[in-house]
Design a protein around this ligand. Structure first.
Ligand code: GLN
Length: 553
């Protein structure tokens, strides 16, 4: 496992085989398995290991692409065009490691693969069953990333809560892998230790019960991470250790914190990574290097000012619907050392009477991505306000399309201009369905998805943002700027400044005679990470800060 390097006379850690860490959850959902998994990955990477994180989702949808945000929050898109769970966004933001289709597996996808094999005759007449066929397929998907040879550790987060009927095949697969791979596998169980104010006590019973439930499935957790609002005493740690068959040092406290970005440091202080490495018998020398992470936190927590940015969308009441956008603003705020107060504005609440009141205190306005008719007029009204009042504006995907519609209607005089998504019989279809989308009638996974290149014009605002002419960004759309109207737009000052040259698709527009009016067909929010905040968000926040200064002068 280790090789001795005589020249430098130190022990090199060469991990012969990939190790597998599983994160399960008990007691309640939403305890933050994704954040714990991402934090552990961050710590292991900061020690020099190569780590991938994967999520197994128990629902029967093939992917969350067809789920509406009320059901599932944001749909995160990877470079290779997979529509995935939003936890993959956390993985990327924490680790700066790109994910792909292989990092998110759903029960639907597992069953589809098994049923396809059965239809092909691959099972040679066997009865196809949950064990071994479904569990074999699950184990295959878990080990796919490891088989690439690119990772020392694969962390697999099991969606749902232990005891759910639908996650049973996943837990059974973990049991089998533990049996087959021994200490190359480790299970971290995340539970809740509630505080009862009436008795002034932390309660361990729910944790004991959820561990029992896991044991009933044949899985002994190696580490227990306890989500709590009060510090765990040593007595509580000992009690959990005794009842759940783990060492007291493997009972890890995860106390509520100000920001999710505190969690890696918290886990370092609780020695989560150390405990994991010891349990898996990986000898370590290097301490995690978290200097740049700490610098980021310092910038985040010591802002020199605040700006107000409005996020206009139709799902603003849902905390997770615009997750990547809200996180991108945290990264961009820290980069500018400014606190971004994100005001969530429901697009349906914006109309001719309310817009001034809702928008007048904003230093910047972002119009969010989306689908369908609802709330569209409010978005267009907000854009008109930003354009006419020279408030920094940033449009993303549908936000860009709305900016084109607004300009068409109010500057070019195209009465009732629209996207054919909302009004198929508009006299001015300034946004129209892409040619390749016309023949598609299936909904799942059929949009223009994932990374595509874009060429940027020099001497533009957007060039100042990227400082290069060739960029690659991620996409998720079916409609595009209708080039039949391009000349009119250009003449009137709305310029195409980023183009996908392969199919002549307008990817970025910006407005002349405006301090910062930029809109993009792609989704920059999917690529912003702590280590590499997205320059579009960084520059938009900068423009908002400048707007604020100019207003107060
Ligand atoms: N509904 C628009 C389209 O499909 C925009 C999509 C989005 O904002 N992601 O093109």
């Amino acid at each position: 496992m280790y090789s001795y390097c005589p020249i430098k006379s130190f022990i090199l850690i060469i991990m012969a085989e990939t190790k597998y860490i599983f994160t399960t959850g008990g007691v309640a959902s939403s305890l933050g398995k994704g954040i714990i998994s991402s934090s552990l990955a961050k710590l292991l990477i900061a020690r020099g290991f190569r780590v991938a994180i994967q999520k197994l989702d128990p629902y029967i949808n093939i992917d969350p692409g067809t789920l509406n945000p009320y059901e599932h929050g944001e749909c995160f898109v990877t470079d290779d065009g997979a529509e995935t769970d939003l936890d993959l966004g956390h993985y990327e933001r924490f680790t700066n490691v790109r994910t792909s289709q292989a990092n998110n597996v759903t029960t639907g996808r597992i069953y589809q693969a098994v049923i396809d094999k059965e239809r092909r005759g691959d099972y040679l007449g066997e009865t196809v069953q949950v064990i071994p066929h479904i569990t074999d397929e699950i184990k295959h998907r878990i080990q796919l990333l490891g088989a690439s040879g690119n990772y020392d550790f694969v962390i697999t987060e099991i969606g749902g809560t232990v005891g759910d009927i639908e996650s049973l095949p996943y837990i059974e697969s973990v049991r089998q892998m533990k049996w087959e791979l021994g200490n190359r596998c480790l299970v971290i169980h995340l539970t809740l230790v509630p505080y009862l104010a009436s008795s002034g006590e932390l309660k361990t019973k729910p944790t004991q019960h959820s561990v029992k439930m896991l044991l009933e499935s044949g899985v002994q957790p190696d580490v227990i991470v306890c989500r709590t609002e009060k510090h765990l005493t040593q007595a509580i740690r000992n009690k959990i250790a005794l009842f759940c068959n783990v060492n007291p040092s493997a009972v890890i406290e995860s106390i509520d914190v100000e920001t999710i970005y505190d969690v890696p440091l918290l886990m370092r202080d609780e020695r989560l990574d150390q405990v994991v490495l010891e349990k898996m018998q990986v000898r370590i020398r290097k301490q995690p290097d978290l200097k740049s992470w700490e610098e980021f936190l310092h910038q985040l927590k010591n802002p020199v000012g605040e700006v107000n940015i409005g996020l206009v969308g139709k799902y603003v009441e849902l905390r997770d619907a615009y997750k990547s956008i809200t996180e991108s603003f945290i990264h961009a705020g820290a980069e500018n050392q400014f606190k971004v107060n994100l005001k969530m504005i429901h697009s349906e609440s914006i109309d001719e009477n309310s817009y001034k009141h809702l928008l007048q205190d904003l230093d910047g306005i972002l119009v969010a991505p989306g689908f369908g008719e609802r709330g569209i007029e409010g978005k267009i009204t907000a854009i008109r306000y930003a354009r006419e009042n020279k408030v920094p504006f940033f449009g993303i995907c549908l936000g860009m399309q709305c900016a084109v519609i607004e300009f068409g209607r109010n500057v070019l005089g195209y009465k009732d201009a629209h996207s054919t998504e909302m009004n198929p019989s508009t006299p001015y279809p300034v946004i129209d369905i892409m040619e390749e989308q016309k023949k598609i009638n299936k909904k799942g996974g059929t949009m223009r998805l994932g990374s595509y290149p874009c060429t940027i014009k020099t001497g533009t605002k957007i060039w100042d943002v990227y400082h290069k002419t060739e960029i690659i960004e991620r996409h998720r759309h079916r409609y595009e700027f209708n080039n039949a109207y391009l000349a009119d737009y250009q003449k009137a000052g709305l310029k195409p400044v980023g183009i996908n040259e392969q199919n002549d698709l307008v990817e970025i527009i910006e407005l002349e005679d405006h301090p910062w009016f930029v809109a993009v067909q792609f989704h920059p929010e999917y690529k912003s990470t702590v280590a590499s905040p997205h320059p579009l968000f960084v520059h938009f926040v900068k423009a908002a800060i400048q707007h604020q200064k100019a207003q107060s002068e």
